[in-house]
Design a protein around this ligand. Sequence first.
Ligand SMILES: Cc1ncc(COP(=O)(O)O)c(C=O)c1O
Length: 340
Amino acid sequence: MSRSQATVAVRHGLATDSQFGAVVPPLVLSTNFTFDGLGGRRRYDYTRSGNPTRDLLAEALAELEGGVAAVVTATGMAAVTLVLHLVPRGGLVVAPHDGYGGTWRLLQALAKKGLFELVLADLTDPAARGGAVVAADRALADELAWWANCLGLTGAPFDSYLTLRGVRTLAARLRLHEENAARVASLLAGSEVVERLHWPGLATHPTHALARKQQRGFGAMLSFELPALPGAAEAFVDGLRCFTLAESLGGVESLIAHPATMTHAAMTPEARAAAGISDQLLRLSIGIDGAEDLEADLRAALDRVARLKPSADSEASEDPAAPSASSAASCRAACSAAPR
Ligand SMILES: Cc1ncc(COP(=O)(O)O)c(C=O)c1O
């Protein structure tokens, strides 16, 4: 019987513990495993090569992604490094021009060493879209596993345990993330201060139709541009109570980042400009916090920016970082103080 993705995520590996009958399989932290006498290699011998907890996560991810197998790596960059080891010397790597800044840096550095030819392309342009490599067959899965072990890129058991624990509640969390993101998008879309808003859920977004076709939801990451006024980004960010100034995109908490100086700082200004990452761009990672609190926090931030506008009345001389009293007070009551 085929199961929904939510059920696969919740149930993978449950009730398989033969030793104690644990419902959730125990975390196996051991670095190595005994041999059953000389030449008697058991299923596991050394955790870099294989680990029961990491394998459970890999199986769950492979099933969720429709592949035959998955390799769990220590970090995202380790995954990128692993895939790049499949590229023959002098081969061609085509990557999105607006990907993660750390990936851009690695690709540039390796191309500069002459390991491969690099083409960075706007992958929303159908003419530039190439294929994608998915470990859908056993030979590719084995090759990836071989390189991951050889290079020492595999993930730690503890990280794997926590990730699988997170996967089990992913469907429920994502519903809330996306619900909140839609509310935030509609608030930002209605603001005169926001110059450009990027979220594929907007009917006006250039790839809205594609997103509708290939996704079940529109995700909870969005970005927008503020007017090119001195201090606009600072006025927006300083005083936020429900959004933490930090990189990353996957947590339950709401975050705000300034890509030009944070996630994409490794790129040259020219490469950032080509990818559409201006100094006015702010990125939001919408968490599962109360939507009203997120909205109040953002309304106060937009008010602070609005007061910077030259056309504004006498309020322009007030402290631009001061949150507007009503909305900030209600948000502060619900959220912890900003960390800075
Ligand atoms: C798209 C993408 N790829 C790779 C990475 C790198 O992940 P890690 O920091 O785990 O190496 C990130 C990190 O944010 C990312 O967003």
